[in-house]
Design a protein around this ligand. Structure first.
Ligand SMILES: Cc1cc2nc3c(=O)[nH]c(=O)nc-3n(C[C@H](O)[C@H](O)[C@H](O)COP(=O)(O)OP(=O)(O)OC[C@H]3O[C@@H](n4cnc5c(N)ncnc54)[C@H](O)[C@@H]3O)c2cc1C
Length: 377
């Protein structure tokens, strides 16, 4: 058994943990990252090619500064590495004027200063004829939005952290986080690490490592589609930017057009999905009836020029909290956590990594993150 000492250990190097590792290493902190799988693996919540990036965040206006911090940090990282981590093509929040996407984006604009533009029903349907909009739906245009790149970003965070001096143990499972002495001991089958603090970002497994959190893993596959007319460029990203669309029955679609060689990504909000399972037991099979039929029907009626049969489906999961907000903050003098992504965390991960680094090093946070404080539970 190997033993090590460090200032901080980060457990779990998915979206949140890889960003925390990077931002701690950027401050010269002696930091060790431990990941049960390989870096950028497909068994948690951060795999697949892309995620939606939004600035006028309907979920809470306090998220706007966090998305903006991610954008700033990824832009700086991209200038160093020559890679692009966010592509800003704008995005549409579509629905009835009082729907969550429309009213939430308006609230982010009013309270957090996110820049937005309103599209009437006629403007929406004439500028975006791909939408088959029943009723009088309108849209809020979020010009700073677009897509971000999931797996490459996680790998880039970890590579940058290592370049800045972080030590990383992939394929190493944390079995115990022992807070019983004056420091913290993080135990794995092959190495024990003693540290001043631990930052636990274990995604769907967070509740297993830190008991007492009200977290609920939910199975949520990722789907890709193709236009019926393969020669058409109507569903390319520049013509069909990212969107969230709420239907009158409360369900809704989200997605974005094809980028480079990726297909058109579309998912269904409000679909019946299994939840509260042990993430080690996630059903990784795709079931045509349960997983695809409801989404295919919604696509057939909403985007009639898309082939409703998916060309690719991969399993994934999100971890819900009761209020749909993250749990980011301190649980104990030596224990900081980030989780409860509730299906909208990727765009915020670099900004959350920065908050975690500031918390751990006792710097003032760059924004008020009290709405995600885990002590609210
Ligand atoms: C279908 C789908 C669509 C989504 N769409 C969007 C979107 O459009 N925009 C957006 O912003 N977000 C979106 N999200 C949400 C986003 O992907 C998540 O918020 C984010 O990936 C969560 O990251 P995480 O770090 O919490 O979890 P993960 O990335 O799963 O990281 C947790 C890590 O901890 C590791 N781990 C667990 N237990 C241990 C242990 N004992 N020892 C060591 N390591 C351990 C795991 O292996 C894993 O790597 C979507 C998610 C899904 C599933």
């Amino acid at each position: 058994m190997q033993s090590l000492r460090a200032d901080v250990v980060v457990v779990g190097l998915g979206a949140f943990g890889s960003a925390a590792l990077w931002r701690l290493a950027a401050r010269g902190v002696d930091v060790v990252g431990i990941e049960r799988q390989g870096i950028g693996h497909p068994f948690g919540s951060s795999h697949g090619s892309t995620r939606l990036f939004r600035v006028a965040c309907m979920e809470h206006p306090g998220l706007t500064p966090i998305a903006q911090k991610s954008l700033q940090l990824w832009t700086e990282l991209g200038e160093r590495t020559g890679e692009v981590y966010v592509r800003q093509t704008g995005s549409l929040n579509v629905g009835a004027p009082d729907s969550h996407p429309v009213s939430g984006a308006r609230r982010a604009a009013a309270e957090a200063g996110a820049s937005t533009a309103e599209l009437s029903h006629d403007e929406l349907t004439s500028r975006f004829p791909q939408y088959h909009v029943a009723g009088e739906d309108v849209a809020v245009w979020d010009p700073g939005a677009g897509i971000c790149y999931a797996e490459p970003t996680v790998r880039a965070h970890v590579a940058e952290a290592q370049r800045l001096g972080a030590t990383v143990f992939p394929h190493t499972m944390v079995t115990t986080i022992d807070l019983s002495s004056g420091s913290v001991t993080v135990r794995t089958p092959t190495i024990d690490i003693q540290a001043e603090q631990v930052v636990v970002c274990a995604g769907a497994w967070l509740g297993k490592l830190v008991p007492g959190l009200p977290l609920s893993p939910r199975r949520t596959p990722l789907f890709w589609f193709q236009p019926k007319d393969l020669a058409s460029d109507a569903f390319r990203l520049e013509n069909f930017p990212s969107f969230i669309w709420e239907f009158p029955d409360g369900r809704g679609l989200w997605g974005h057009g094809s980028d480079e060689d990726f297909g058109v990504k579309v998912g269904l909000d409000g679909a019946k999905r299994s939840r509260d399972f042990d993430p080690d037991e996630l059903d990784r099979y795709i079931h045509p009836r349960e997983d695809i039929a409801e989404l295919a029907a919604a696509i057939a009626s909403s985007f009639p020029d898309l082939d409703p049969e998916p060309v690719k489906v991969i399993p994934c999961m999100v971890t819900d909290s009761p209020d749909g907000q993250f749990l980011v903050g301190r649980r104990d003098e030596r224990l900081v956590i980030a989780g409860g992504d509730s299906g909208h965390g990727f765009k915020h991960c670099a900004g959350i990594g920065e908050l975690l680094a500031q918390l751990t090093t006792k710097e003032a946070p760059y924004t008020d993150a009290s709405f995600v404080d885990p002590m609210r539970y």
